[in-house]
Write a protein that binds this ligand. Structure first.
Ligand code: SF4
Ligand code: SF4
Length: 119
């Protein structure tokens, strides 16, 4: 049976992993931090590797591998080890927010896009 994608990634309001996304932003949602893989640059891979080495409580093992299709890019296995569990909304869902890869900064899920279109 095909996997049903639900939550904000599929344009639904209620996240699968907590948080309360609304027009103001993700507000503690980490649904896209649970994707199976993220594409990041070599520089970002080196940065998250360094962060991981000194990270107090990673949620598992950081797994990075060179992207076999795109030279200079890496794949970071998800769910992301830097996400925050049981997040207070004020703290957000990412524990390396200022250093997060650019894909995390740029990604906008279907639910947030829909809210912005309706504004
Ligand atoms: S972009 Fe924000 S609201 Fe949408 S799935 Fe990712 S964390 Fe959740
Ligand atoms: S780096 Fe932060 S925003 Fe990006 S996937 Fe990991 S927890 Fe989510």
């Amino acid at each position: 049976m095909p996997l049903r994608i639900a939550g904000p990634i599929a344009g639904e309001a209620k996240p699968n992993h907590g948080g309360e996304p609304n027009i103001l932003g993700c507000r503690g949602c980490t649904d896209c931090c649970h994707l199976s893989e993220l594409s990041i640059t070599k520089e970002e891979a080196e940065r998250v590797e360094r962060l991981y080495q000194s990270f107090p409580e990673p949620l598992g093992e950081l797994q990075l591998r060179p992207d076999p299709e795109f030279d200079g890019w890496f794949l970071m296995k998800g769910p992301c080890v830097f996400r925050r569990l049981h997040t207070p909304l004020a703290e957000g869902g990412c524990r390396i927010y200022p250093d997060r890869p650019s894909v995390c900064d740029r990604f906008t899920c279907a639910y947030l896009l829909q809210l912005r279109r309706e504004q």
